[in-house]
Write a protein that binds this ligand. Sequence first.
Ligand SMILES: Nc1ncnc2c1ncn2[C@@H]1O[C@H](COP(=O)(O)OP(=O)(O)OP(=O)(O)O)[C@@H](O)[C@H]1O
Ligand SMILES: O=c1[nH]c(=O)c2[nH+]cn([C@@H]3O[C@H](COP(=O)(O)O)[C@@H](O)[C@H]3O)c2[nH]1
Ligand SMILES: NC(=O)CC[C@H](N)C(=O)O
Ligand SMILES: [Mg+2]
Length: 525
Amino acid sequence: MTADIHADRILILDFGSQYTQLIARRVREIGVYSEIMPFDVGDQAIADFAASGIILSGGPESVAFDDSPRIPPVVFELGVPLLGICYGMQAMATHFGGTVSPSDEKEFGYAEVALHEPGELFRGIEDRIDADGRALLEVWMSHGDKVTELPLGFKTLCTTPSAPIAGMGDDERHYYGLQFHPEVTHTAQGKRILERFVHEICGCGATWTTEAIIDDQLERVREQVGSDTVLLGLSGGVDSSVVAALLHEAIGNQLLCIFVDTGLLRYQEGDQVMATFAEHLGVRVERVNAQKQFMDALAGVSDPEEKRKIIGREFIRVFEAAAKTHQEAAWLAQGTIYPDVIESAGAKTGKAKVIKSHHNVGGLPEEMNLKLVEPLRELFKDEVRRIGIELGLPRELVMRHPFPGPGLGVRILGEVRPEFVEPLQKADHIFISELRQANLYDQVSQAFAVFLPVKSVGVVGDARRYEYVIALRAVETVDFMTARWAYLDHAFLDHVSRRIINECGGVSRVVYDISGKPPATIEWE
Ligand SMILES: Nc1ncnc2c1ncn2[C@@H]1O[C@H](COP(=O)(O)OP(=O)(O)OP(=O)(O)O)[C@@H](O)[C@H]1O
Ligand SMILES: O=c1[nH]c(=O)c2[nH+]cn([C@@H]3O[C@H](COP(=O)(O)O)[C@@H](O)[C@H]3O)c2[nH]1
Ligand SMILES: NC(=O)CC[C@H](N)C(=O)O
Ligand SMILES: [Mg+2]
């Protein structure tokens, strides 16, 4: 039996901050399992979680309004340390009878706080000492409201000129509040502050490590599936590849991967996936050549949502057929990761609007009778990547940009015609190889080419050319929810454009997409 890596655990109650996921990732980076729950999840769920400590996130609302979110009283009955961040601090102050006032001066971005009295939370932490001998911290703020009167039992820990109570604490009950955000990297000592809270104040050990997560998962998967056969849809993307490596380690030949060549994959991707998994890693992989099936199903369809649904449906057909052929299979493995779980919970509450129907194996029909195995369900992408590296997957594969399940089906705008696929694959390949060559690939979060089925005039060798347009897209983002377009060097873009027009055939013009998300999305469809 391996050590229980979930024994020490931090609960994060979400009041709607943009940084809630970041808090959970930071806590895990410092070695402690953490989960996010909505603040109104209910007393039972909060108590049952058995947290060693609770962090109350920031949020967009103002405690000045009576109907804004409040901290559920059960939180104070559990006798565990609490850390309120921004809205969380303001809600805590309100709960204990302090005063929170809207401030004249809104503070966004960089600020310098002076430590007043470090207390347990700031013990040994400072960035520098000013001329008056005060310890200073460089932090990042984003608030309008502020605590103006301390609740009973609390002391002021730190101050800024515009927020005299920028941090408060009660070392007896281990309750703390911070007006700034320790979870963002701009707060230089943020990680150490969280470390003090999680390790020293909550007493959590650093048990959440890559090796321990792997050991734990191997044990759980073996226990879950016994000697049954497991089917896995392997795309060659990061998540399903890491699931493949993990399951291969756990159950060896009981794993059977189904790789679907939709004909809408990246340049030579099919051969690469087979070479990596079947030949080098010894994983059982069955390649289903379904190019014609997908292309026929898409013929004549140009609406993006309809195309996505058709592709999703054809995937299901292929998996169903595979399940029939392999009657012995009792399990279906999926590369579902924690952000998928959080986001689909958000979608279920009906608050989020459907912008795109993301292709998802989760839509598989009940009649398949396959039970689900989702070993990455609790993990963030960076944790998934570390596991992939630890399990010996090639770095290039693990650090790959995400590639949507519908593939080039949503990167050929409008009707997907077979003759558009090859020029797009080639253009994309040129762009990606040049990014790698220039050491830019890892600096952008996702990059790809899009095929625009509009013709434009060009001139080559004194002759007229009337051909299609390729758009290049490269974005920088942390969570893919918002993104900015990458400021790629002009000389670099010029070089890529020339290569694409010269080498791809059927292309007379290359454009670069300079739209952020929002208002644009990352994919064009
Ligand atoms: N061509 C394919 N063949 C088999 N399964 C696929 C294919 N494309 C997608 N899938 C399945 O759909 C799931 C969701 O796709 P998604 O793109 O979100 O994940 P991924 O491809 O594993 O990783 P990444 O996000 O890095 O691309 C995959 O985990 C995989 O199980
Ligand atoms: O597996 C997937 N199935 C899909 O249907 C899908 N649509 C978009 N994406 C990827 O999600 C991220 C955000 O994309 P958008 O800004 O276009 O919504 C980007 O990384 C996109 O590549 C998908 N991934
Ligand atoms: N980032 C936050 O949590 C902001 C809290 C609150 N809405 C304010 O403006 O002060
Ligand atoms: Mg993918």
